[in-house]
Design a protein around this ligand. Structure first.
Ligand code: NAI
Length: 297
């Protein structure tokens, strides 16, 4: 049986936003030393502060001891230069959802890290095959797709592109399991499994809103309290981030050659253009104070 990566493997997480900091949290809790990298020291510090806040919350609920909280945080090492992480055996990128930017990053990683380092991407929808294609060692690339928030959501899609070495997909599967997750193998098709199946959930809600048939608050309440979804579609899009959600829909739409079922929403495009990205910018379909979401007038 394929073994998980040993705890001595150092993990490099690139992108200290919502997903990257959550993934760093998970790997550090499991016992790995984690390098956390972003475009600026401030972004790394913000991501690390987010991890600390989440860990402290667990301590307050008696789900984590003070000692484990401190030890986990100590394992998260901020880095501002990729060469400072040159001994990492696993890199997981969670940067902006753009193929060209991710490809450029992987080229840098291929130069900075050991030749046998696994290069994983947390992309929600982009082709693993395309991401790996320009690299010297495309067999080392695979999708390791966590869900938001990564510390709480169990599912992880292990996504293989055409060139992915099956042994690497198996190692990631075993590693995700060792980290307490529920991994599933998936092929690199647009949106993989969950994000493809979830597209109509967002699209239909946005169409209902476009027809002014119901407000976001009404629709969210119906689906949450009536149909027992954990979150309604609008609060979920606000949590995911409209920049990310819109980019995913566009990429699935393009990848299926403009299949109408995946047509992106102009309403969502407007939110992105206005910088109303959801929780992370303080405003999306709802306005966010420190804690509670309030419906927009
Ligand atoms: P985010 O906007 O919260 O964070 C992205 C971070 O990456 C930012 O801190 C940004 O400064 C940094 N970044 C951007 N370009 C960079 C570069 N070239 N080098 C280094 N750092 C860079 O985004 P989020 O939500 O964490 O998404 C990240 C990735 O995870 C995307 O590929 C997204 O599709 C995927 N994802 C997002 C989910 C969500 O619910 N938000 C769920 C699962 C996957």
């Amino acid at each position: 049986m394929t073994q998980a990566l040993p705890l001595s493997t150092r993990v490099l997480v690139i992108g200290a936003g919502a997903m990257g900091s959550g993934i760093a949290h998970v790997a550090a809790r499991a016992g790995h030393t984690v390098y956390l990298y972003d475009m600026s020291a401030e972004a790394v510090a913000r991501g690390r502060a987010g991890i600390e806040k989440d860990l402290r919350f667990l301590v307050s609920k008696a789900k984590l001891s003070e000692a484990d909280c401190a030890a986990t945080l100590e394992r998260v090492l901020p880095v501002t230069n990729l060469t400072d992480a040159r001994d990492a055996g696993l890199a997981i990128e969670a940067i902006v959802e753009r193929l060209d930017v991710k490809q450029a990053l992987f080229k840098q990683l291929e130069e900075a890290l050991p030749a046998d380092a696994i290069l994983a991407t947390n992309t929600s929808s982009l082709s693993i095959t395309a991401m790996a294609a320009p690299l010297a060692r495309p067999q080392n690339v695979a999708g390791l797709h966590f869900f938001n928030p990564a510390p709480r959501m169990a599912l992880v899609e292990i996504v293989a592109g055409l060139a992915t070495d099956p042994a690497i997909a198996d190692t990631l599967y075993a590693t995700a399991k060792a980290w307490g997750k529920v991994p599933v193998h998936a092929k690199s098709t647009p949106g993989f499994i969950v994000n493809r199946v979830a597209r109509p959930y967002y699209a239909e809600a946005l169409r209902v809103l476009g027809e002014q048939a119901a407000s976001p608050a009404t629709l969210d309440a119906l689906l949450r309290d009536g149909a027992r979804f954990p979150m309604g579609p609008f609060e979920l899009m606000d949590m995911i981030g409209h920049d990310v959600n819109f980019a995913v829909t566009r990429s699935v739409y393009d990848a299926y050659f403009g299949d109408k079922r995946f047509t992106p929403s102009l309403i969502q495009q407007d939110l992105v253009l206005a910088g109303r990205l959801g929780r992370k910018s303080g405003q999306g379909f709802y306005a966010y104070g420190d804690a509670a979401a309030k419906p927009q007038p």
